[in-house]
Design a protein around this ligand. Structure first.
Ligand code: NAP
Length: 322
């Protein structure tokens, strides 16, 4: 009998076809009603799950009897209750590295767009406002040679820092829980306490993973440390930021602008952010290029197949469930 795979979000068509050739595949379909009820029903006899963007925990996995792996098509894994997966001896795998450069590109797009008011000026031009030469209202901030502060110098943080260092001659500051000498030295990056980084950076980019210590890392105190011309960018996770504090900061014009890809609640359909000109809002598209999404799906597929064929996947996060 074929092993059963539950697909819990949209998936690359080629990968889906390959899965369907090898396994008994069941898709969770939002059009069929309550997702948790579908999951509880389908995971009972499932051997593996694959997908992204869904909270998976005791409330929708409790019926699983023989689930070996949840293969996430993402690098971030804050959607999954790791303690519960460990207790149930279910592997969780992710897709690091293949999305690093793409996500760093997006972070830089947000830095440039917010600093140079690209979306606002695009609208302004299309609306026929360009009747004479531009003035102060259309001016932005320089990027070249400025201070770039990275909070979370990991894979993506370092890729953003490389763009700043090599491409824009920027001075790199970074804050992590521990120094990252191997990543920092080639970029001449200086390790700082968080407040110092915020006070000295012209651009602050958040690239941490969401964990117990990074939750609400950027609150009102932190935004108050930033310079009035500074630009804040978040490509990490919405919950790393106190969104109300950010909105208050932007409304009061205490920083120049923000560029956001992620939010406390997604999808973001109503928000005070939409009324603000000094924020660029993107719909969580850090890794969203056709090439990269394919690579992520391929890697997630390999993780899943390895687990079902008795091998430890390359990117399993809890290999020994501890
Ligand atoms: P990574 O290599 O694990 O880097 C994360 C870094 O954050 C680590 O260097 C970690 O270092 C640091 N960190 C964690 N908690 C911290 C804290 N409280 N204070 C300061 N630094 C902290 O992961 P990555 O591949 O670069 O990905 C980072 C995150 O980006 C992912 O987890 C995901 O949430 C997000 N992401 C978003 C998108 C998007 O579409 N917008 C795409 C890809 C990834 P220490 O442990 O030493 O502190």
């Amino acid at each position: 009998m074929k092993q059963k795979v539950v697909v819990f979000s949209q998936l690359d068509q080629d990968i889906l076809q390959r899965l369907q050739q090898q396994y008994h595949v069941v898709m969770i379909n939002p059009k069929l009603g309550d997702i948790n009820a579908q999951l509880l029903e389908q995971v009972k006899d499932a051997d593996a799950m694959i997908g992204a963007g869904r909270l998976l925990n005791a409330s929708n996995l409790a019926t699983a009897q023989q689930l070996k792996i949840i293969s996430s098509v993402s690098v971030g894994y804050d959607n999954y209750d790791m303690a519960y997966l460990n207790q149930k001896k279910i592997w969780l795998s992710n897709t690091p590295h293949v999305l690093t450069e793409t996500t760093a590109d997006l972070a830089f797009s947000l830095m440039l767009s917010a600093a140079r008011k690209v979306p606002v000026l695009d609208q302004w031009t299309k609306q026929g406002n360009w009747q004479r030469t531009v003035g102060m209202m259309q001016f932005g901030q320089d990027i070249f040679s400025k201070n770039l502060g990275i909070i979370g110098l990991g894979n993506i943080g370092a890729a953003i820092a490389r763009r700043g260092f090599y491409g824009f001659n920027m001075n790199i500051l970074y804050h992590n829980r521990r120094e990252k000498l191997e990543l920092a030295q080639p970029l001449n990056a200086r390790y700082c306490a968080l407040d110092e980084l915020l006070q000295q950076s012209d651009f602050v980019v958040l690239a941490v993973d969401l964990n117990a210590e990074s939750k609400a890392l950027m609150g009102q105190h932190e935004f108050d440390q930033m310079q009035s011309h500074a630009v804040f960018v978040n490509i990490a996770r919405g919950s790393v930021v106190d969104e109300q504090a950010l909105i208050a900061t932007l409304k009061a014009g205490k920083i120049f602008a923000a560029g956001l890809d992620v939010y406390a609640k997604e999808p973001l359909q109503e928000s005070e952010l939409f009324a603000l000109e000094n924020v660029v809002t993107l719909p969580h598209v850090g890794s969203a290029t056709a090439e990269t999404r394919k690579k992520m799906a391929e890697l997630a597929y390999r993780n899943l197949v390895d687990a079902l064929e008795g091998r430890t996947p390359a990117y399993v996060l809890n290999p020994s469930f501890s």
